[in-house]
Write a new protein. Sequence first.
Length: 761
Amino acid sequence: MTEPTRPADFIRQLVHDDNASGRFAGRVQTRFPPEPNGYLHLGHCKAICVDWGVAQENGGTCVLRFDDTNPETESPEFVESIVRDVEWLGFKVGDQKRYASDYFTQLFDFAVEMVRQGRAYVDSASETEIREARGTVNEPGRPTAFRDRSIEENLDLFARMAAGEFDDGAHVLRFKGDLTHANMKLRDPLMYRIRKAHHYRTADKWCVYPMYDWAHGLSDAIEGTTHSICTLEFQNNRALYDLFVDAVGFPNRPYQIEMARLAVTHVQLSKRKLIALVDEGHVRGWDDPRMPTLAGFRRRGVRPQAVRAFVEGMGVAKTNSVIDHAVLDQYIRDDLNPIVPRVMAILDPLPLVLENWDEGKVDWLDAPLYPHNVPLEGTRKVPFGETIFIDRADFAEAPPKGWRRLVVGGEVRLRYGYIIRCTGITKDEDGIVTSLQGTVDHGSRGGEPEDGRTVKGTIQWVSASHGKPAEVRLYDRLFKVESPGQADDWRTELSETSLVRKLHAVVEPSIADDAPGSRYQFERLGYFCRDAIDGVEALVFNRTIPLRDSWAKARRATPAPAAQPKKKKPSNKKTKTAPTLSPAETAAVQVLVQAHGVSAADALVLSRDAPLQAFFERAVEAGGDPKGVANVVVNDLRAAQKDTALSDLPITPVAVAGLVRLTRAGTINSRAAKEVFATLLTEGGEPAAIVRDRGLAAVTDPAAIAEMVDAVLAKHPEELAAFRAGKTKLQGFFVGQAMRHSGGRADPRLLKQTLAAKLKG
């Protein structure tokens, strides 16, 4: 007997186990639930591939359900784009398309039943009052003044809310949860809010709309979802998901499973920021080839096969990590390389007149379309005449050492053509080279000289008489930083060179009549495609990806590894072996060290502890310096945590970010930082408020520190005399006394400088 194939990841293992146990009677149904308020992006691809993949592998179905519960931001355009992108990836939607709005009546009726059972109530408190009444992580919530309304009054108010009698924000419907629960999401969660807005499907029928948590789980249950797969940020919502489905009374509740999201360096996937990029005109729409949307990928010439291969290659894990953009780039190259034809294009044309070529003579040369892939045969005719264009970058008046391209008096080989020699140049009044003169070796057709001489350089060219004028758009990464979104204004992180337009390029005539969307490798330049929109009436080409990783040099400019210690003599003691890392953990360590500057030791700890890494990431997202945050999380928080779950501690990622900012700004010193951390760990709170209330701010005023030093020296005259008599080791004694006198708040560097100056006096 052959051993059964082991599931590829933990999600497929869970589904396999459920099928084996008969949990859902062997049935598998997943769903992909995007909100139609924007286009799908790279981060969605992982969910799409997992949702449809798991369903297909188990003979099940996947439903595309639009979470259309926010009428102000949703539109049919986004619905159509989502369907188009899912099917572009290779997954058939067919009749498995649903909308949360399909269930608005059922969801409303479920809510009314909760009110009838006394399990839901209309709250008329303000948003601020509701938020404050929820309490904190270490303080229980408290009821608002409206929690004990009668069932009759709640039914009446909810009906009047639905009828449009009240303004937006006047009331909300809340579920009666547990106000003392450690999970704050279970403290009377919201179910409905008033929104007098036109819905693209239901028009003006509804004046109340369900909250995401109420609509999502119940929509899953209505449709018969068995496995509700989502990303890690919804882990804390699982209890609420289960609570609502169980409260309504659905049997065999869907199983929510969380997985790590997909993140790539130099890529911003925040929907809010992507909307801003479009609305503020930083890009030319959702399908701008610089956008991380699937529409942007498609217009840039990326094939769905490359995207799926990348997603599948990264695997499915429980720990968030960031993948180097170079990995995605290589998947795109590997996909295009075997299948796209090679052609020549000149981006910055410089004419070269061949003085010994007969005027009007044209030599049609055969050039292979697939010199890299013998099974894909095919050639195209390349015309050669009296004047050709070469790229300006292939000529140098004063060539650098090792130059192998064209110079005055030098020879080069033309790709698939002849050997030529440059004999002269023409310049304009500003000294700019406007054209070249040269001669051709008539016996070198095909690129080889008859006399066997060596010609080292080979360059691209296009016939000036036959080449077709084109616009070539060189697209690059939209953000110039590896982790965009960290700056106070993330717009400053946009790259000024994400698009360079070559308006006077020339391409060989063989591709002039190809359809929009056709892909090529422009030899020596990269992979390109004819733009699907602007390239319909004109020759406009988008660069899909360069031939090489132009960012590799920047990535290599990282600190060299520490020198290896000298070998010690072998001993009988057992030695610890380095831990084996999974690919996801290795990628996480790489990003933490190279992108965030975290020490290798701290990165290793974070990569192997999912809750700690998630805490670290949220603190960094809140504005904390990554290196400082890692130091606090790994060395302080981990030691204090012991067997307690991080979610049960009052300290929050936002608070740690604030503590790190205060420390780095010099507002508090390390001693005060420890006191603030201890307070956050036991009581929670906000770091700046703790510093203010306890008077922990660092003393940095030179005059104040000078007064402290004077007071200490006056208090210890004998020690001062001994120091000046030669007992210089007493300087440490004075430093300690001065720090004690300041309550540990004095800036140590300034205090030592001031003390040294006064001791000398």
